[in-house]
Design a protein around this ligand. Structure first.
Ligand code: COA
Length: 207
């Protein structure tokens, strides 16, 4: 572990990530990288360069990708892994994780989240504020589970799927990769085809 943390992305999600990093108190200093030239600081944390500058900081900083888009986050984290970056896991002190929960690098677990036993969470995931994930779930890489979503037991969420705010996923349901589940949706059956799904229970959007 390095004494300094660099967060890629100083927008909304990056700021929440920074707030969690401050609360964890593992790092002496925190900085951002962001491609918006007008952004010089966020939350009193300096923006010290553009994302393409990251190679300069690989040796001295832990590096965390604070970007909400699952595809962008994957692209940048995979690049960082190739460069040999040290990518931490960020867990808010007020998240609750049961025993035998596995969390991989680059994942953030936000305030009020509850993860129950024997759940596996992949790399680069966002487990947002107040999410509950019950026992024996498998959350694959670069998934985003938005605030207040509830996943029952033995759910599988495929890589890069985005579960919208306040959604509910019933037990034993598998959702394939690259899906979007809309805000407030209810998923009661497996989703086998990538796409956007909305409603209670969900239907596929065909536009
Ligand atoms: C699902 C979603 C991505 C669709 O966005 P979109 O592709 O731009 O779709 P549109 O807004 O054009 O809506 C298309 C249709 O789906 C309906 N729809 C969209 N989102 C819906 C939702 N969450 N629940 C029910 N119906 C929804 C719209 O009413 C519209 O219906 P119509 O064709 O009968 O008028 C978006 O609405 C959504 O729910 N995003 C999740 C937001 C979220 O969770 N944010 C948390 C960030 S941390």
């Amino acid at each position: 572990m390095n004494r300094k943390l660099l967060i890629i992305g100083a927008s909304g999600h990056g700021k929440v990530v920074a707030d969690i990093a401050k609360k964890i108190s593992k790092w002496d200093s925190i900085a951002f990288l962001d491609d918006d030239e007008n952004k010089t600081q966020a939350m009193n944390i300096k923006v010290i360069g553009k994302i393409s500058d990251v190679y300069k900081y690989i040796d001295d900083y832990d590096i965390f990708v604070g970007i909400g888009n699952n595809y962008t986050r994957e692209r940048i984290q995979e690049h960082l892994e190739k460069l040999g970056a040290n990518i931490p896991i960020l867990i808010h002190p007020e998240a609750i994780l049961s025993e035998d929960v596995e969390v991989k690098q680059g994942t953030v677990i936000m305030a009020g989240a509850i993860i129950n036993c024997s759940t596996r969470i992949g790399k680069g995931c966002i487990i947002n504020t107040g999410v509950t994930i019950d026992h024996d779930n498998i959350i694959e890489d670069y998934v985003h589970i938005s605030p207040g979503a509830n996943l029952a037991g033995t759910v599988i969420v495929g890589a890069k799927t985005w579960i919208g705010i306040g959604s509910v996923v019933s037990n034993n349901v598998n959702i394939t990769s690259n899906c979007i589940i809309g805000a407030g949706a209810l998923v009661i059956k497996d989703i086998k085809e990538a796409g956007t799904y909305v409603g209670v229970p969900v239907r596929k959007l065909t536009k």
